[in-house]
Design a protein around this ligand. Structure first.
Ligand code: ZN
Length: 421
């Protein structure tokens, strides 16, 4: 369904930035016996709101289609667990949370983050739309309500459990169709001195590092801090801090409160806003340049793989993340160029990637097959993967990054600074 209005400010015109054409759903992995069946495809276009600068898709795939045949995977990454522990410790200390306080998390998943808050003695409540996932959290002792968080749920919870001291929403805002309803619910739920912790991928690394592969149908919005300020401001909330973190290719942890709560505004907020202004992220010319760079890398990736093959080198992939599927489909990479990829998640092993139909095997296949080059489709976990797969590099294998330009991470090419987390 095409959307013509901005999800942040309601402006009725969205300007096209990048059109990736009709694309399959990035989390609809295929069983091999269904490889010959056509897949549902939907337009994937990135647009800019000329009024508020909101970068967003202009297409919405209905939830029931999006989550049909969805391969759910709980947090398999050590980095995610470390990050959750840091978030819980730093926020409980900073805001002085104790046994009387309640933390509510929207899209709480299997309770990974809330568990770490409980270690610090804070009461927790999760809100998670997937019933089977909520059940996993409950089995771990994390009280979880099955719902999409929105204005109604925020209102209900405020009445049932009272205003809360801390509201957490990690990597969910980009998925929300009714953004203003979500933030209105958050505003209703927060106590007068409450704080909202919102984590989402940041538009600056998305732009600078050409992370166009993170564009897929589930990610409706791509946020700058400036646009987040506009969004929260519409609901009487303000941003008093923002911390850049390495998670998912570069994210922001944004701290939101009521202006009367007297949290001083951190200098980091101004620094990040200035950085965004310097890149002109609210203006079309910057996005035309971005689209040109994407066009170039869509040719470079297949050319890189063809060159390796011409040199007699074998190639495989690492990871089968949703973002890998945008990259593979947008660059025309199929099993002829990438015979297989490996993934730690048993739920994905044995399946084919959507659109590109590349077989997914367990990580052990990397040592068994010993491809000369391994393309990091899950580049956001590059450090962790390369540490885990030391035996592969010791045996002569070389990792490669696809973006912002395909690069071999061999002895002559030091890993880019982005890999340092
Ligand atoms: Zn707008």
């Amino acid at each position: 369904m095409k959307t013509t209005c901005c999800r942040i400010c309601g402006h009725a015109e969205l300007l096209p930035i990048l059109d990736l054409g009709d694309m399959p759903l990035a989390n609809r992995f295929l069983r091999p016996e269904r490889a010959d069946e056509p897949e549902p495809r939907f337009p994937l276009r990135l647009t800019l709101c000329p009024w508020c600068g909101g970068v967003q898709l202009d297409e919405e795939v209905p939830r029931e289609v999006l989550f049909d045949d969805y391969v759910y995977v709980s947090g398999t990454s050590d980095a995610v667990h470390r990050h959750a522990a840091w978030l819980a410790e730093s926020t409980t200390q900073r805001y002085g949370l104790g046994a009387d306080d309640l933390v509510v998390e929207a899209a709480s998943n299997d309770g990974t983050v809330l568990k770490t808050f409980r270690w610090h003695g804070v009461r927790t409540l999760g809100v998670e739309p997937a019933a089977n996932v909520a059940e996993v959290a409950r089995e771990e002792g994390i009280d979880t309500r099955v719902a999409y968080f929105d204005e109604r749920v925020g209102d209900e919870l405020a009445r049932e459990v009272g205003p809360v001291k801390l509201f957490v929403a990690r990597h969910v805002l980009a998925h929300v169709q009714d953004l203003n309803g979500f933030v209105a619910g958050m505003a209703k739920l927060l106590a007068s001195d409450g704080v909202g912790i919102i984590e989402c991928p940041h538009l600056v690394p998305f732009y600078e590092r050409l992370e166009f592969d993170t564009i897929y149908h589930e990610h409706l919005c791509y946020f700058s801090l400036g646009v987040l300020r506009t969004l929260f401001g519409r609901h009487g909330l303000h941003v008093h801090d923002a911390q850049p973190v390495a998670m998912h290719g570069g994210s922001l942890v944004v701290h939101v409160s009521r202006p009367g709560a007297c949290h001083p505004v951190s200098s980091r907020v101004r620094e990040i806003l200035e950085q965004e202004e310097e890149l002109h992220l609210r203006k079309m010319p910057a996005w035309r340049a971005f689209a040109d760079r994407v066009t170039r890398v869509r040719q470079e990736v297949p050319a890189f793989l063809d060159r390796l093959r011409a040199e007699g080198r074998t190639v495989a992939g690492y990871g089968a993340p949703a973002k890998g599927n945008t990259l593979l489909c947008a660059c025309g990479v199929g099993p002829d160029r990438l015979p297989f990829t490996v993934d730690r998640s048993p739920a994905k092993q044995g399946l084919l990637t959507p659109g590109s139909r590349i077989p997914i095997r367990p990580p052990e296949a990397l040592l068994a097959e010993r491809p000369d080059v391994c393309l990091l489709l899950a580049w956001n976990f590059a450090d962790e993967i390369m540490q885990q797969q030391q035996a592969y590099t010791d045996a002569g294998g070389t990792f490669a990054l696809p973006l912002p330009t395909p690069t071999l991470l061999d002895a002559e090419t030091p890993a880019p600074a982005r890999l340092a987390s």
